[in-house]
Design a protein around this ligand. Structure first.
Ligand code: ITT
Length: 223
């Protein structure tokens, strides 16, 4: 989708302009998450509390879908961060993440989102994982997350997080998203979907990468 100049201008100036017109300047620094997955941005929003205003690409008019043509989490996170930060003002954070399963040779990995045959269909992804793991004695797995911070189309820094665990036989729990009902983190007996947001957001691959990213941003603000 081509971005019209009017949309480009609106994205760049955004709420700063409407806040100015209304006499109320925004007080929180703004972080734009280069994701179309609202679960990712809501986890990031919950983890940052009231320290950042967190938006994602769904909050902006007509931002294009960035093709994820990379073969690593870092390549895809860079593509998303750079692509979106060319079109919006301020700090852009991209998250590329996925599940690596030992019995599947580290798959689905970078292709976690489309493992079940349909991009972003978590039910199909989980059904395929359950059937691929049936009868498997080796249950080890990990979630990985790579985050990239970019500004004005240039990637500035990247951060990684990993959480080790194991895959259950059947989905358990209603919380979280994606593969959470099938993943038990090390040290626990319940899946991420059963443990709930507070515990997941203390342990997760995303939490680890985000802690480093906001630490790095705090350092930038002081320079
Ligand atoms: P964006 O590219 O728009 O950010 P996406 O969901 O397609 O959204 P990825 O390409 O990074 O993002 O794929 C991540 C997939 O990995 C995600 O769709 C889930 O299937 C899985 N995943 C990543 N983090 C997860 C988590 O915390 N819990 C459960 N599944 C997760």
């Amino acid at each position: 989708m081509r971005l019209r100049w009017a949309d480009y201008f609106k994205n760049l100036v955004g709420e700063w302009w409407s806040g100015y017109l209304g006499g109320a300047m925004p007080t929180l620094p703004r972080l734009i998450v280069a994701t179309r997955n609202p679960h990712k941005s809501s986890e990031i929003r919950a983890m940052l509390g009231d320290t950042w205003e967190v938006l994602d690409v769904n909050d902006f008019a007509q931002l294009p879908v960035i093709e994820e043509t990379g073969h690593t989490f870092l390549e895809n996170a860079r593509l998303k961060a750079q692509g979106i930060s060319r079109l919006v003002a301020g700090w852009v954070l991209a998250d590329d993440s996925g599940l690596e399963v030992d019995a599947l040779g580290g798959g689905p990995g970078v292709w976690s989102s489309s493992f079940g045959g349909e991009e972003g269909n978590h039910a199909k992804n989980n059904a395929r994982l359950v059937s691929a793991m049936r009868g498997q004695a080796v249950r080890g797995a990990r979630f990985r997350c790579t985050m990239v911070l970019a500004k004005a189309g240039i990637a500035q820094a990247d951060f990684c997080g990993t959480v080790e665990g194991r895959i259950t036989d059947e989905p358990q729990g209603e919380g979280g998203f994606g593969y959470d009902p099938l993943f038990i983190p090390d040290g626990y007996q319940l899946t991420f979907a059963e443990l709930g947001q507070n515990i997941k957001n203390r342990l997760s691959h995303r939490a680890q990468a985000l802690t480093q990213a906001v630490g790095w941003l705090a350092g930038q603000a002081q320079n």
